[in-house]
Design a protein around this ligand. Structure first.
Ligand code: FAD
Length: 434
């Protein structure tokens, strides 16, 4: 058996859609020592974050402990916040971990600042929703960037539903941004609303939902057929969509647009755009694009060190012949994780490594009880609009694939089967806190 010194040390920063899949794919190999770093202790699959927020999450498997996964799959998990990468000495710097704060005082230091040596490092720290310096957004809107945001939203949503039921005055939820996050959240909130209805007043309206979009059309960049279908389905769900609504300012209870319109709200969600995790700019001397994502070459290597790779939302990868980087999706993160798992091993074995090629498999939007709608196909021209049971199965497939890769073939299959047989399958409501 090889000692630790003889193994190649792979340190993966971020256990999200890309990083965790990569760790699971590389783990257990005798020639590698794989360490996964994340600042939180459990993995939540981000594409279903809005369902956590709305309380409609349909999978009991959406949250998994990194510690347990590490033990099951054979990688080491190190909890901590990444604050730097020293590409000369090949060290990753982690901040100190503190315990819970009491009486507004900082919690005690549980583990001090640490460094982790690496032979190869993979940055997979994701991205965040930018406020585009719009006044008042940071203070007054919720942005769904992580589990704490989803939890915070859910607590507020439950409180507003209780108030609406007691007073008979519907709560106003305004969502800024009509991309997948905004439209999916809107539909799932409409689904959640029914769970709060009085038995004797099942049709009582508890919720007004408005989606504001700065562009002249819903879901900019999506295929025309998909946009048309979305408009119809959101109208059926009584979700108001307002386009050409550029937000100029946000106050604690009101949004103002550049044209002077005002939208009062009880809860506002800012779901417009995505940029690289702000920490990327401070990690080292990495070259970032205008969205704060680290530029990578055709092999997903950073431009300043061929021992530091970047994948997922953190990576600015421009496919050959394209003008813009790939958009930030779990689909891209997962394909990059797969590519890297294979290409790293080939590289270590002295074999030829091909450049990364992205295959676009389509775009799917889940609208809770209004079904799933989307397009599939690799090339734009051949995109095909799908809906119904096939679309639902295709939407679930992305997460099922992720579960399968993360848990491995045996546990993955058992977990998926258990999930499908669960009495809560389909989609139930998770409206409790914690
Ligand atoms: C509501 C919503 C719905 C979406 N729906 C879809 C969809 O249907 N299909 C699709 O393809 N994509 C979807 N996406 C996009 C998709 O979730 C992301 O593109 C994908 O998760 C990116 O993967 P990643 O591995 O790059 O980063 P992430 O999955 O964001 O993971 C980043 C990880 O890094 C950790 N981290 C961050 N900073 C630090 C730090 N300083 N130190 C240590 N750890 C840190 C985080 O805790 C996290 O675990 C959706 C996104 C959202 C928000």
């Amino acid at each position: 058996m090889r000692s630790l010194q003889q193994k190649t040390r792979i340190v993966i920063l971020g256990g999200g859609a890309g990083g965790l899949e990569l760790a699971a794919l590389l783990a257990g190999r005798k020639d590698l020592h794989v360490t996964l770093v994340d600042m939180v202790s459990s993995h939540l699959w981000k594409p279903r974050l809005h369902e956590f927020a709305a309380g409609t999450v349909s999978s009991s498997l959406s949250e998994i402990s990194f510690y347990i996964l590490g033990q099951l799959r054979g990688f080491h998990f190190e909890q901590g916040e990444v604050i730097g990468i020293d590409t000369q000495d090949r060290l990753v710097r982690l901040d100190a971990i503190r315990g819970p704060s009491k009486n507004n005082e900082q919690g005690e230091v549980l583990a001090g600042e640490r460094t982790l040596p690496y032979d190869y490092c993979v940055v997979a720290l994701g991205g965040v929703t930018p406020d585009f310096n719009t006044p008042g957004v940071a203070e007054n809107a919720i942005r769904l960037d992580g589990q704490p945001d989803a939890e915070y939203f859910r607590q507020h949503f439950i409180a507003e539903m209780i108030r609406a039921r007691a007073t008979g005055v519907p709560a106003d939820v305004v969502i800024i941004g009509s991309g997948a996050t905004g439209t999916e959240l809107a539909a799932h909130l409409r689904h959640s609303e029914r769970a709060f209805a009085h038995d004797d007043k099942p049709e009582q309206k508890l919720l007004n939902i408005t989606v504001l979009e700065a562009a002249p059309e819903i879901m900019p960049g999506a295929e025309e057929s998909l946009r048309r279908e979305l408009v119809q389905r959101l109208a059926l769900l009584d979700i108001k969509v307002v386009t050409d609504a550029r937000i100029s300012e946000m106050q604690s209870d009101e949004i103002k647009t550049a044209t002077g319109e005002k939208w009062p709200f009880d809860i506002a969600v800012w779901a417009a755009g995505l940029v690289g995790n702000p920490v990327l700019k401070t990690l080292g001397d990495f070259e970032c694009d205008g969205s704060g994502r680290i530029k990578v070459d055709a092999f997903l290597r950073s431009t300043i060190s061929d021992r530091v790779f970047v994948i997922g939302d953190s990576a600015s990868f421009v496919p050959a012949g394209a003008e813009k980087p790939l958009p930030p999706t779990a689909q891209a993160a997962s394909q990059q994780a797969h590519y890297l798992a294979d290409s790293l091993i080939r590289h270590l074995n002295g074999k030829l490594v091909e450049p990364f090629r992205y295959k676009h498999k389509g775009r799917l939007v889940s609208l809770a009880q209004a079904g799933v709608v989307g397009t599939i196909g690799r090339a734009r021209k051949r995109d095909l609009l799908i809906q119904g049971q096939f679309a639902i199965a295709a939407y679930d497939a992305l997460q099922r694939q992720h579960q399968w890769r993360v848990l491995g073939p045996v546990r993955g299959s058992v977990a998926i089967a258990a999930d499908l047989m669960s009495p809560t399958h389909g989609p139930p409501l998770k409206l409790h806190g914690g």
